[in-house]
Design a protein around this ligand. Structure first.
Ligand code: PGA
Length: 249
């Protein structure tokens, strides 16, 4: 059985003092909950926040990492560095990195392999743009992104991946995919996993929906068969709205 995962993504938001206030509000409220809650924060907050959440059901992770181990890569951060700072997972292939930083499927594959080889939990994001959706290419795009990132992994490695389906047109726009559409796309992703690996692996991998998830629509997504959780940007920045989402999961 796949467990429900609720993951926040702060993107480029949050100072140390904001993070401290946030955890002061959130941690007492989740102390008695037995849930899988993840929060991806800027590199600068990894160390302090991961210390602070010890013993709670909240895991802190990173939003990106390099595919390289070390060396002359100015401005890059390696997997061992985020691990050293306390990260328990890493988001890879977020659409903002694919589009704003021109990350390719090939690079995302290298990052994914690196994360897996160092026992870092990856959350692999895939999703089509509005133009791709309107030209009827959404499934083709998802297939290419999944194959590009995952092909070559062993079944055991693939079973350690968490997927997030995040249609680009739904991210930060307030226009979420309908739960029906998201469920159909998740089912499609699961079929691709089945084709690349096996039915058993496809059934094991949690698939999160991301794109304008809010406290008042989370339930409608989680009720769907193929939706195993959510990746939440904007609504994870406010501890009370993130808490409402956690409580509805
Ligand atoms: P959003 O972002 O919830 O603000 O739409 C989701 C994401 O980018 O992961």
């Amino acid at each position: 059985m796949r467990q429900t995962l609720i993951a926040g993504n702060w993107k480029m938001n949050g100072t140390l003092s904001q993070a401290e206030k946030y955890l002061e509000t959130l941690l007492p409220q989740i102390s008695s909950l037995n849930k899988n809650i993840l929060l991806a924060v800027p590199f600068t907050l990894l160390s302090t926040m991961s210390q602070r959440v010890k013993g709670s059901s909240l895991k802190i992770g990173a939003q990106n990492m390099s595919d390289q181990d070390m060396g002359a890569f100015t401005g890059e951060i390696s997997c061992s560095m985020i691990q050293d700072a306390g990260a328990r997972f890493v988001i890879l292939g977020h659409s903002e990195r694919r589009h704003l930083q021109q990350e390719t499927d090939e690079l995302i594959h290298k990052k994914l392999m690196k994360a897996i080889s160092l026992h870092m939990q990856p959350i692999l994001c895939v999703g089509e743009t509005l133009q791709e959706k309107e030209s009827g290419e959404a499934e083709k795009v998802l297939h290419k992104q999944l194959q590009g990132a995952l092909e070559g992994l062993s079944s055991e490695e693939a079973s350690r991946v968490v997927l997030a389906y995040e249609p680009v047109w739904a991210i930060g726009t307030g226009v979420n995919a309908t739960p029906e559409l998201a469920d159909a796309m998740h089912k499609f992703c699961r079929n691709v996993l089945c084709e690349l690996f096996s039915k058993e692996i496809a059934e094991l991998v949690p698939i999160l929906y991301g794109g304008s998830v809010k406290p008042d629509n989370i339930t409608s997504f989680l009720q769907k068969e193929h939706i195993d959780g959510a990746l939440i940007g904007g609504a994870s920045l406010d501890p009370l709205s993130f808490l409402r989402i956690i409580q509805s999961s």
